[in-house]
Design a protein around this ligand. Structure first.
Ligand code: ZN
Ligand code: ZN
Length: 373
């Protein structure tokens, strides 16, 4: 199954790419009725079809997943936004409520289905440079989302008109009929359980009550955010149904690495080469920090691998507290090509400052490894 090329979800459900939620639902319902395992015992082909249709439905009925699928295809379903997961079916029970009442004549739904529904969440990605993440940034993102139709304010009816009581169920949302000994109730097929129908649909949204709109949202990235930080903007996702709250907008931050700074929390790390004589005699060298140049003092007799700490030259943290530190590891570079004069000087120096060439305790080595991974 996994190795086979996946069929297009729209093709699976046999609907147009522009299909409405209602069309997707009814098409899935038909397929589920046809291929449901209970109706096709010991038929693996039917079971496969049922699973395929359920997966397609799970994606296309969720406006966020559908938008992602439209843009990226099946690939888009494997990323951070999750693939098929039956537990995220928001109205699985609605569909199966209907299915069960259709199969068994059981009354699963009680009363009309006009409860408020929260809108779906939306997600957008935002790329930041290392410095933008360090200092924060005011910017904007574009987001496509469902909003209530501004013509009918979400009602789906033409201006001045109101939804009328469904004549099939007389507003109850259910119809009852006699089946053998039993009187059974099922969701009204005319109004889908709403109890009301739109007689004069709004011309702008064709009765849907909502439309896709692209909006520009102002984003205020605080200083100190990290790669993978997710910012939540409440009620900036899809509008809700029946007066429900809008979904949320999640802005996923991606931070580009710095050419030489490594970051850990609010501390910065870098590595700087110095010459043998700078290390031996001590000096001051200019080093770059995120807010300009800093004169770093190299003490006399500095060993290669020494880590010098510059306080307060790290980053802010979104968790608060003071700024982090900059840790500079100095590496003493052994001169490679020497001329005759340099060779003589070094030989002379070597003779007067001989050291014992014995292995050092392990702990020194481990300490550096700990900091620089
Ligand atoms: Zn409208
Ligand atoms: Zn009805």
């Amino acid at each position: 199954m996994a190795t086979q090329a996946k069929r297009d979800y729209y093709e699976v459900l046999g609907v147009q790419r522009t299909a409405s939620e209602q069309e997707i639902k009814s098409s899935y319902r038909k397929l589920a009725m046809q291929y449901h395992p209970d109706r096709n015992p010991d038929n693996p082909h039917a079971e496969e079809k049922f699973k395929e249709a359920s997966e397609a439905y799970g994606v296309l009925i969720d406006s966020e997943k559908r938008a992602r699928y439209d843009q990226f295809g099946h690939e888009g379903m494997n990323g951070g936004f999750g693939g098929f997961d039956p537990s995220t079916f928001s109205d699985f029970s609605d569909i199966f409520g209907d299915l069960f009442s259709d199969f068994f004549g059981v009354n699963v739904n009680t009363g009309r289905r006009n409860r408020a529904q929260k809108g779906a969440d939306r997600g957008v990605d935002l790329q930041l440079t290392f410095e933008e993440a360090a200092f924060g940034k005011k910017t904007e993102v574009k987001v496509k989302r469902y909003e209530n139709c501004d013509e009918c304010r979400g009602s789906g009816t033409a201006p001045g008109k109101a939804p009328v009581t469904c004549s099939t169920c007389h507003g109850r949302g259910q119809v009852r009929y006699q089946q053998g000994f039993f009187s059974v109730a099922r969701t009204c097929p005319s109004c889908g359980g709403m109890g009301r129908v739109i007689a004069d649909p709004c011309h702008k949204c064709k009765g849907e009550g909502r439309q896709i709109r692209e909006r520009t949202i102002e984003i205020n990235v605080p200083p100190g955010v990290e790669d993978g930080t997710r910012m939540r903007y409440q009620e900036q996702g899809d509008s809700g149904g029946n007066g429900g709250h809008a979904g949320d907008l999640y802005v996923m931050l991606h931070v580009k690495p710095h050419p030489f700074f490594e970051r850990e929390g609010k501390d910065l790390f870098c590595s700087v080469p110095i010459s043998f004589s700078q290390a031996a005699l001590g000096t001051e060298i200019p080093i770059p920090t995120l807010d300009g140049e800093y004169k770093l003092k190299i003490p006399e007799g500095t060993q290669s691998g020494t880590v010098l700490r510059v306080r307060g030259k790290g980053l802010s943290s979104i968790r608060g507290g003071g700024k982090g530190d900059l840790h500079v590891q100095v590496r003493v570079q052994t001169p490679g090509k020497l001329n005759k004069r340099q060779r003589e000087l070094l030989a002379e120096l070597g003779g007067s400052s001989a050291i014992e060439n014995k292995p050092e305790p392990r702990s020194l080595f481990e300490k550096v490894k700990e900091i620089f991974g």
